[in-house]
Ligand binder design. Structure first.
Ligand code: FES
Length: 537
């Protein structure tokens, strides 16, 4: 009899006779429904396992049995110990079946392990795949989790828990984009493949962003939650106190709703490269709504850490006019502005114009958003090919996509906390002014802005969403910017379907998706490094 033992609810089936096994030189493949089970005669012991290798499904009957129980799959050399169930070389576990010999025949117990056992095994295996950043295996283990009857989102919940303390500087796009991937799954994930793809995208991105990272543990102490105290602690870059407030809030049974206001306030004080902070707060809220309270803590801790480490909006040299503009904001400015008024303005002038129009928040948002969409459509794509530029002019597509995703987060979060609108709008002006120096105003003929026009923007968004299920991008950061930008653009157009910038935004997105995206700059990086080091003396 093989090494496995029978379960209490056996499903015994006769697989073959010993004669048949002998005639097959110790190998017999038994077919039962959709199952193909390989029976091997080792040194005195008989073993049975799935005939399909758990790696890529090739037949294990063509493998080699050595030492009585070591099975090598000759397709890619994975090795399995049929006696212990261990995968010696490779990854996934091999399904084995308990064996007994009675009356000159080999009997197998085909009873499936209890669902909780199967789920536990798939979860352990997913973690191994996650730690190895093994893309194909992560897909298989997520599929096995679903097959075993688990809530498919549990794979992501586990991922959030496993990885939350391995983000040295806090939250990344892995969490932020997860909210959008889950929305894509919920709204457009028709069929099992399209249900799995978004989940796989999220788990793989977490795996990539935390690969080979040690544990960067969080302070343990909880303190009594106080909203202003949380904001002050973030301001003081005091992670222990900021985390303490979060832990205190959770210990008191408070949820994201209690934390949202101080986190939004802190986010709008901390720019964090391209406005990530407010995007992260917004997406953490959405993600926690999808995944539930069991992962609220591991979502909040990296978010707060990222805010603690983020640079202050009002101290960024290129935005030095921001603080005076905020101080001058009285909400009574009467200028009637449109998007065309902001085009080409520097940060300082864009901020001044924003203050002058502060009396009509809706119109101002519309004008600034229209400018950000126009900027994206007119990004001077030649910038990304340059190798002779200064570091300050290392400007790429993502500088422009963030204008859209940032504005979307501002509209939603300031809509929920209206007194924060001045900061949100002025920071949109910073975005518009900052990117104004990297535009191609004069392009005509082939490749001009008009070439990117789409006839039906909302249909175009739907088509673009559909391409995301098989985007083909090797870099997670690129794929996640595609989904973030499409999601934000779609949301803005749904919110204001008659806005004058709808067609501009759709054209800009069309251009982004269908233009070259240079992501590696070897020559530029090398030259800048040489210049930089030479100047160090
Ligand atoms: S299919 Fe068996 S090792 Fe690849």
């Amino acid at each position: 009899m093989g090494a496995s033992t029978f379960t209490s609810r056996m499903e015994l089936v006769k697989a073959c006779t010993l004669e048949q096994l002998k005639a097959g030189k110790g190998i017999f493949v038994f077919k039962h429904g959709r199952k193909q089970i390989a029976v091997f005669q080792g040194k005195g012991e008989i073993h049975a396992c799935n005939n399909r290798c758990p790696h890529e499904g090739y037949p294990l009957k063509m493998g080699t049995l050595t030492e009585g129980c070591i099975l090598t799959c000759n397709w890619h050399n994975w090795k399995f110990n049929l006696a212990t169930g261990e995968t010696l070389v490779g990854g996934d576990q091999l399904r084995r079946y308990p064996v007994s010999v009675k009356g000159g025949a080999v009997w197998l117990d085909l009873a499936e392990p209890a669902p909780e056992q199967r789920i536990a095994r798939a979860t352990d295996s997913l973690r191994e795949a996650f730690e190895d950043f093994d893309y194909d295996r992560m897909a298989r283990e997520l599929a096995r989790l679903e097959q075993a009857g688990a809530d498919p989102l549990d794979g992501l919940r586990h991922t959030v828990r496993w990885s939350h303390d391995r983000f040295e500087y806090g939250m990344s796009h892995a969490q932020a984009a997860a909210a959008d991937w889950l929305a894509l799954r919920a709204d457009r994930g028709r069929g099992r493949t399209k249900q799995l793809v978004p989940l796989l995208e999220t788990v793989v991105h977490f795996s990539y962003d935390t690969l080979r990272q040690p544990c960067h543990s969080y302070p343990e102490e909880a303190i009594e939650f106080e909203a202003h105290g949380l904001v002050r602690a973030i301001e003081a870059e005091d992670e222990a106190t900021a985390i303490g407030h979060v832990r205190g809030a959770l210990a008191a049974g408070l949820g994201f709703a209690a934390l949202e206001r101080p986190l939004t306030e802190a986010a709008l004080a901390h720019f964090q490269d391209f406005g990530h902070s407010i995007i992260y707060v917004y997406k953490t809220r959405l993600l926690s709504e999808r995944l539930g309270s069991t992962v609220l803590e591991p979502l909040l801790l990296p978010l707060v850490r990222s805010l603690v480490y983020a640079r202050r909006e009002d101290l960024i040299p290129e935005f030095k006019a921001y603080a005076p503009a905020l101080a001058a904001w009285d909400g009574k400015g009467g200028a009637a502005v449109g998007a065309e008024d902001f085009r080409g303005l520097s940060v300082r002038r864009a901020l001044a114009l924003t203050v002058s129009a502060s009396g009509d928040r809706g119109r101002l948002y519309d004008a600034l958003f229209g400018t950000l969409a126009w900027n994206m459509l007119h990004y001077d794509i030649a910038m990304q090919a340059r190798t002779d530029n200064a570091i300050s002019r290392n400007v790429g597509w993502l500088d422009f996509t963030h204008g859209i995703t940032f504005a979307n987060a501002v509209r939603v979060q300031c809509g929920r906390h209206a007194d924060l609108w001045p900061k949100g709008l002025l920071q949109m002006a910073c975005f518009a002014g900052r990117n104004a120096g990297f535009l191609d105003w004069d392009r005509e003929g082939e490749g001009s802005a008009a070439d990117w026009r789409v006839d039906n923007p909302m249909a175009f968004f739907e088509d673009t969403f559909d391409t995301l299920f098989d985007h083909g991008q090797i870099e997670h950061i690129v794929a996640c910017h595609y989904i973030k930008t499409v999601t934000a653009a779609h949301a803005e157009c749904r919110n204001a379907p008659d806005a004058s910038w709808v067609s501009t935004l759709a054209a800009a997105l069309n251009r982004l998706i269908n233009s070259p995206l240079k992501r590696r700059h070897a020559a530029r990086t090398a030259r800048q490094a040489l210049d930089f080091v030479a100047a160090e003396g």
